[in-house]
Design a protein around this ligand. Structure first.
Ligand code: APR
Length: 242
């Protein structure tokens, strides 16, 4: 249950902070109706990620790969950012938040209005040819079309297991976090590298907002146990009170 004094402490640290950075995971979007991966209702409880979310699956099991991402993209189009996403967008406008580094591929931070967002794992909303790299629209992917240039298989522009993160985005995310004096992790099990190395690059205060304990909990100065939307709404009130 959310301990009020921990949220109040975080609000105080936010007011004092010169540069706050937020790192989000799939737990930031479950209240929008998008499953996360590793909690009991997560994707990887139903499907082996190695069967659908790898370059191997893309090359050798394209039908399975396509079905999986077609479902995720179709579901995503029926969902919207929740109040917690909008709080983060307000904070950027109010100068309370410098940047968001996200592992999520739903594009919801941009959709809610945040401008400085580093998408470490790419975006489901961007489609390209797996052979020649030519861009394609979402409809073509959803309708199982091939690349218009080379007839190659289309894929979402996300980082699959076994692929490198976009190095420019990774480098900028590291710089932001190294320069921050407050890092707030929201809704991540911190089980996937290299994103789970980022909290250790912060020399400032580290806080985690999560609805379960993670194995890296001891690396944090403060824990807020609760749902992202509820905690962010409460934080918004406390930070406003000043
Ligand atoms: N509020 C707070 N925490 C939540 C909420 C919520 N509403 N919903 C879920 N959580 C927590 C879960 O309990 C879990 O600890 O968020 C965490 C989500 O962890 P994962 O499902 O592992 O998601 P994430 O950490 O983002 O995974 C990282 O793994 O499969 C890859 O590329 C994929 O980007 C993803 C990466």
């Amino acid at each position: 249950m959310m301990e009020r004094q921990n949220v109040e402490q975080l609000a105080e640290w936010m007011r004092e902070s010169e540069k706050t950075v937020v790192l989000t995971g799939a737990g930031m979007s479950t209240e929008s109706g998008i499953p996360d991966f590793r909690s009991k209702k997560g994707w990887w409880k139903k499907i082996d990620p190695m069967s659908v979310s790898t370059t191997e699956a893309l090359e050798n099991e394209y039908e399975l790969f396509h079905d999986f991402y077609q479902v995720r993209l179709t579901d995503l189009n029926a969902c919207r950012p929740h109040s917690g996403h909008h709080v983060l967008a307000d904070w950027e406008k109010q100068g309370l938040l410098s940047a968001i580094v996200t592992q999520n591929v739903d594009g919801f931070h941009h959709a809610a209005g945040n401008e400085k967002v580093f998408e470490l794992h790419g975006s489901l909303r961007s489609i390209l040819c797996s052979e020649c790299g030519r861009g394609a629209d979402e409809e073509s992917f959803l309708n199982h079309k091939a690349c218009l240039s080379c007839e190659g298989n289309l894929r979402p522009d996300i980082v699959l297991f076994g692929e490198m993160l976009p190095q420019d985005v990774w480098g900028e995310a590291i710089r932001e976090i190294e320069q921050s004096d407050l890092l707030i992790v929201i809704g991540s099990s911190l089980k996937v590298a290299p994103a789970n190395e980022l909290p250790f690059l912060s020399t400032g205060k580290k806080v985690i907002i999560n609805n379960e304990e993670t194995y890296l909990h001891n690396a944090f100065d403060l824990h807020v146990d609760g749902n992202a939307g509820t905690v962010l709404e409460t934080l918004q009130e406390l930070v406003k009170e000043g």
